[in-house]
Design a protein around this ligand. Structure first.
Ligand code: 13P
Ligand code: SF4
Length: 319
């Protein structure tokens, strides 16, 4: 539609005018993903968003995703201006892990290395030894386990349990979950798989155990996209936020992509797996944060400096 093209053109011009680059997650609206790629930005998973933002020379980063992604960008690049289309875009994992409660949990277990998922506030990261994302969580937990370290893990219990089972590490888990992935249903997925025996099942590890157990590939968003692009199957059942289908369709146009069933899947709602906070990102928001300067992310000291260490440790590890 012409309005959409006009909104895109306006956002494109403002990015240029403000020496800004758009860093988007695979779950945000397809127009934003396209705009990021068309203007020299990136569309990627949490790990690559952090790396891209840190390394890009632009003076302003516009982060289309959720709050922790903007905070990570600011922690890594305090000299840059970091804007978000909507600062209220949060995450149930972040909300479910308040910094004070988390600090008390850490205080009660001083013998454990504190490993937190990227989906946490800067204040929680400030208490952590390591930050991980879904694409490097297994490797880092395995590394700590091999060193004989015991782990305190927060906040996603499904991802924590998956890592624990895969690595054999001694892990104490916080009890949080992603409201999107927690809704995927094992029994319904099994029935769908029977209907499509040729399909490969791709699952993000924030999903419940019964769903992960049915997977052919378990991985981060970028790992699931790679599985579709490189896979030999013609059909894929995808258990993650359905925003990812946009990029999968672009990169693997001939393949059939089916959304894995959630608790809400029904005849009237076939696309229930979509994060309400990721959905707050829109073309209009990109333009207006650049125009007004609203939506700037601040991470005050000393929290920023304290949170930096666990992120840099991860980036050094994956280098
Ligand atoms: P990744 O893109 O790092 O796999 O993370 C998914 C996620 O939870 C973003 O909200
Ligand atoms: Fe958080 Fe889940 Fe939304 Fe990702 S999809 S931002 S983990 S609530």
């Amino acid at each position: 539609p012409p309005e959409r093209e006009a909104a895109k053109a306006r956002a494109r011009a403002l990015l240029k005018q403000h020496d800004a680059v758009l860093v988007a997650h695979y779950y945000v609206d397809g127009d934003l993903q396209d705009l990021a790629l068309e203007t020299g930005g990136c569309v990627s998973d949490s790990l690559e968003m952090a790396r891209f933002g840190r390394e890009h020379p632009a003076r302003t980063l516009v982060v289309a995703g959720v709050r922790f992604m903007g905070e990570t960008a600011k922690i890594l690049s305090p000299e840059k201006r970091v804007l978000m289309p909507d600062l209220d875009a949060t995450c149930s994992l972040d909300l479910g892990c308040p910094a004070d409660d988390f600090a008390a949990f850490c205080d009660a277990h001083p013998d454990r290395k504190v490993v937190v998922y990227a989906n946490t506030s800067a204040a929680v990261k400030a208490r952590a030894d390591w930050m991980v994302t879904s694409s490097c969580a297994l490797a880092i937990a395995r590394h700590l386990h091999e060193q004989g370290q015991k782990i305190l893990w927060a906040p996603d219990r499904h991802l924590g349990r998956y890592i624990q089972e895969e690595t054999g590490a001694d892990m104490l888990l916080w009890n949080g979950e992603c409201i999107v992935h927690d809704e995927f249903k094992g029994l319904e997925l099994e029935l769908m798989r029977r209907e499509h025996p040729e399909a490969m099942v791709l699952v993000h590890p924030e999903s419940p155990r019964r769903v992960v157990e049915l997977a052919d590939v378990v991985g981060s968003t970028s790992q699931l996209i790679k599985a579709v692009v490189e896979g030999t199957a013609s059909t894929y059942i995808v258990a993650t936020d359905n925003g990812i289908l946009h990029r999968m369709r672009q990169l693997a146009p001939g393949k059939t992509l089916l959304e894995a069933p959630t608790a809400g899947t029904s005849a009237t709602c076939k696309s229930c797996a979509h994060c309400p906070w990721m959905a707050m990102n829109a073309l209009q928001g990109v333009a207006s944060c650049l125009e007004t300067g609203d939506g700037e992310v601040f991470v005050p000291e000393p929290v920023r400096g304290q949170a930096l260490g666990c992120i840099e440790r991860m980036l050094d590890f994956v280098r």
